[in-house]
Design a protein around this ligand. Structure first.
Ligand code: C2E
Ligand code: MG
Ligand code: MG
Ligand code: MG
Length: 282
């Protein structure tokens, strides 16, 4: 019951250090076995191109349903996976799933659809990362230009380590997107030197864009910058019609967020696309 849940939550926050360590160890062990136990899945959140009002792709997002604890949020288990190195195994699993799903969509007639996959720093910095991605593309028989990798600003801080790798990926035809853009500390001169394709404006700048002049100004600045550098811009976390209209007026290329749709199982995507083409292209 809700009362019991409340009680458990109370106990969790009041747990002793020993108990917290136990819980963390439990989660870590659980995560280690999550793939074999078939507890992981991938959901997809659609992206809309504002010019055409078409759903042109989706972002793959990992989900974990623990046998005992139920659904655990990525904001809990992704940091744990990064801390323990498990993110490499999980990240490879998501990439494989997403490539296979995308190939299915292409075969089902959604032949222009693209999918983006989040990549953690540790995963990206692996020696054989580019080779792995290349193999997955070959195995899935997928055209590389429909795959996007979402990397954060913090991954790209060490320019020497990163540029060569990004260039190899782009040479394969893969698109590179900077996730949560604006929330990190990368300078504009840094950005100029990076071989990237897409800026994904962080949700914190989209929040309150309809009321907050500084957020609106920041978004306009990012759009100008992107135009000058020939980058595509997508706004994440768009939650209402007003925000959608403002981004449309400002000339943002794409949007993503609950206003359009929450992340969903792959099987629901085709229905979503058909419904949206009736809603937006009337
Ligand atoms: P992210 O890549 O920035 O993904 C956006 C997050 O915001 C997702 O949360 C998404 O469900 C949520 N979101 C999207 N639109 C809205 C909106 O309109 N309002 C609100 N309030 N939220 C919205 P999620 O799925 O819980 O993922 C959280 C983070 O976990 C992701 O942030 C990403 O950093 C990480 N993550 C998720 N899946 C993976 C993965 O497969 N690999 C890696 N390395 N990280 C992942
Ligand atoms: Mg992302
Ligand atoms: Mg993001
Ligand atoms: Mg984010």
């Amino acid at each position: 019951s809700a009362k019991d849940q409340g009680k458990n939550r109370y106990q969790f926050f009041n747990a002793s250090m020993d108990e917290q360590i136990m819980l963390k160890t439990n989660l870590e062990n659980g995560l280690r076995r999550a793939i074999e136990l078939d507890e992981l899945s991938v959901v997809y959140q659609p992206k809309m191109e504002l010019n055409s009002k078409r759903i042109i792709g989706a972002e793959a997002l990992l989900r974990w349903k623990h046998k005992k604890y139920g659904s655990i949020s990525p904001s809990t288990f992704i940091p744990l996976a990064e801390e323990t190195g498990l993110i490499v195994k999980l990240g490879d699993w998501v990439l494989n799933e997403a490539c296979l799903q995308l190939k299915k969509w292409h075969l089902e007639g959604m032949d222009d659809f693209s999918v983006s996959v989040n990549v953690s720093t540790i995963q990206f910095l692996q020696k054989d990362f580019v080779g792995k991605v290349e193999n997955l593309l070959i195995q899935a028989d997928l055209e590389p230009n429909y795959l996007e990798l979402e990397i954060t600003e913090s991954t790209m801080m060490d320019i020497k380590l990163v540029v060569a790798k990004l260039e190899k990926l782009r040479k394969l035809g893969i698109k590179i997107s900077v996730d949560d853009f604006g929330s990190g500390y990368s300078s504009l001169s840094h950005l100029k030197n990076l071989p990237i394709d897409i800026l994904k404006i962080d949700k914190t700048f989209i929040d309150e864009i309809e009321n907050n002049k500084s957020n609106a100004a920041i978004v306009s600045t990012i759009l100008n910058l992107a135009r000058n550098l020939s980058l595509t811009v997508i706004a994440e976390g768009v939650e209402n019609e007003k925000q959608y209209e403002i981004l449309n007026e400002k000339g943002c290329d794409q949007i993503q967020g609950y206003f359009l749709s929450k992340p969903m199982p792959a099987a629901e995507m085709i229905t979503m696309i058909e419904a949206s083409s009736e809603t937006y292209t009337r």
